[in-house]
Design a protein around this ligand. Structure first.
Ligand code: VG1
Ligand code: CO
Length: 557
């Protein structure tokens, strides 16, 4: 086939954030916008990483993915890629892309998704590039791509027809092959080696266990029926919003207490199900609920870590280490301490876990932002988290006879708090603020911390230290700074401020609040009540209302 060289000019603003490049669909639909970024990526990779190599391509089914698929395939061919594996209908969840890259020993892969951001002509689109072990590209690569977007002058695009995405199979164009793959099979095969599916099936098919999963019309819908229904015996009606739609059914596919309200209402209704879960746009996030009970993501990863060895075959022989992102609560730290496991604190964003996993130092990790996962792949994994929880509940109920009361999600969490203490945690998000005010607030906080010293009094809290988080990767020595302003108090309480790196308009301010409570008699308090004094302090220290003009957060988790 012929390779056309199309002249182009740099387009501003193509710098990737916490997780890939995210913009409004309209921005991506501008002439050459996507093509420039893809070409800049090839210009940034060493030729041996793609020439005659294998790449994976898929996404969450959102609006513009179909057009984008064709553009990416043609530019890949134009740059000498040997083979591209594309999910049928363009569908692959983020964890599935990571799994396919690893299984097929691909050089890397593209994920077409803006994750939890809404989709449709008026909303967001995004793209991420993952490397050969399946992990999100490190900053050294994304910085290079950005640099190349500023000097790009030519796009190399193959003159081949559009690829038919509707049937599994290989199409050859000379030396270039496109293989349309089933989005589920490689991923499911991997999960079957991680978990004891018979054990989980025993629980899910019990008449006294009611399971419900909300796929939020996002990519997990493509996985939910084959996995939960066909493999594990859940009833078909236990899956809601199970068909991926280009606009997620006008929803906001973010599994939290605000945007997954339908599921929350079902779980908190009288006589609600025993287990509820939801996942986000690209299937890497999860929310876990029991009957009238919400498991915070920070607690979730701690509970999974504490129970992994017993309940999940993959971890039977060893849990190598545990890690969390900086703003995630310290619940996991306590598990690491008790189990005597190596422990790491990394900046926000999954890309920082990959090196630790590749080096064999990390097995289970999580973020407060509804991300949980392990080194079975190099992305967070929503369905994995659901299966991990089902494994724990199944394991605990091995001997529960029909008619006896099941050990529930809340029983497991409360028992965990009784053993380890409870880390009350909450996050306040102020979405789409004016950038100027939000930036000024962070500058102001940086000034405050430079003037602060240990022993300073903040209401009834005494400062231990305040800083702007810097991380040195223990594996490759790379350093990232300015990852979040934190005030840490002598009793272990923390207040953290960051600006989001995943939005597509304005600035989103995130405030994270945490306080440890060893006293079991206080564990049943509502987090908002337990944390009230610290939350008030967080708002006044930052002068948040003044800087942003916001009275109330958009989302509380
Ligand atoms: C957010 C979360 C972060 C997560 C990232 C990607 O980033 O806070 O923990 O890794 O989204 O998740 P930020 O910069 O907006 O705070 V996803 O599901 O969008 O791939
Ligand atoms: Co996501």
């Amino acid at each position: 086939f012929k390779i056309n060289s199309i002249p182009t000019k740099p387009i501003e603003g193509q710098k990737t954030g916490t997780s890939g490049l995210r913009k409004k669909v309209k921005v991506f639909m501008q002439e050459n916008y996507l093509a420039n970024w893809i070409q800049a990526l090839f210009n940034s990779l060493p030729p041996e990483d793609y020439k005659n190599g294998v790449l994976v391509l898929g996404g969450d089914g959102r609006y513009f993915n179909r057009e984008a698929t064709q553009i990416i395939v043609k530019i890949a061919a134009g740059n000498g890629v040997g083979k591209i594996l594309v999910g049928k209908e363009g569908i692959l969840s983020t964890p599935a892309v990571s799994a396919v890259i690893r299984k097929r020993q691909a050089n890397g892969g593209f994920i077409m998704s803006a994750s939890h951001n809404p989709g449709g002509p008026e909303y967001d689109w995004g793209i991420k590039f993952n490397y050969s072990s399946g992990q999100p590209a490190p900053e050294s690569i994304t910085d290079k791509i950005y640099g190349n977007t500023l000097s790009i002058s030519e796009i190399k695009i193959a003159d081949i027809p559009d690829v038919d995405l509707s049937n599994v199979g290989v199409t050859k164009f000379g030396s270039f092959n496109v293989e349309v793959i089933d989005p589920v099979s490689d991923y499911l095969e991997l999960l079957e080696t991680v978990f004891d599916f018979q054990l989980i099936k025993g629980l899910v098919s019990r008449p006294d266990f009611r399971f419900t999963f909300d796929a939020m019309h996002a990519v997990a819908g493509a996985y939910a029926t084959p996995i939960f229904v066909d493999k594990l015996g859940a009833t078909p009606d236990s899956i809601s919003n199970g068909i991926p739609l280009e606009d997620f059914g006008h929803g906001h596919p973010d599994p939290n207490l605000t945007y997954a309200k339908d599921l929350v209402n079902i779980m908190y209704a009288e006589n609600g199900p025993d287990f509820g879960a939801a996942s986000d746009g690209d299937g890497d996030r999860n929310m876990i609920l029991g009957t009238s009970f919400f498991v915070t993501p920070s607690d979730s990863v701690a509970v999974i870590a504490a129970n992994a060895k017993e309940a999940i075959p993959y971890f039977k022989n060893s849990v190598k280490g545990l890690a969390r992102s900086m703003p995630t609560s310290g619940a996991l730290d306590r598990v690491a301490e008790k189990l005597n496991l190596p422990f790491f604190e990394v900046p926000t964003g999954w890309k920082f876990f990959g090196n630790l996993m590749d080096a064999g130092n990390l097995s289970i990790c999580g973020e407060e932002s509804f991300g949980t996962g392990s080194d079975h792949i190099r992305e967070k994994d929503g369905i994995w988290a659901v299966l991990a929880w089902l494994s724990i509940i199944a394991h605990r109920n091995k001997d529960t006879k029909p008619g006896e009361k099941l050990i529930s999600v809340s029983d497991v969490v409360k028992e965990h708090w009784a053993t380890y203490g409870r880390n009350f945690f909450s996050r306040y998000d102020y979405e789409e603020c004016e950038s100027e005010g939000a930036n000024k607030m962070i500058e102001y906080l940086r000034e405050c911390l430079s003037k602060s010293k240990s022993g300073d009094k903040y209401g009834s809290y005494v400062l231990q230290f305040a800083d702007d988080f810097t991380y040195t990767d223990p594996v490759d020595g790379s350093v990232v700074s300015k990852q979040g302003v934190r005030f840490v108090f002598t009793d272990g309480s923390r207040i953290i401020y960051r600006l989001s790196g995943t939005g597509s308009a304005g600035a989103t301010v995130r405030v994270y609040i945490e306080q440890f409570e060893p006293d079991v008699s206080k564990h049943d308090l509502d987090a908002q009540i337990a944390l009230k004094p610290l939350i008030d302090l967080a708002l006044s220290v930052s002068k948040l209302k003044e800087f942003t003009g916001r009275e109330k957060p958009t989302v509380i988790t």
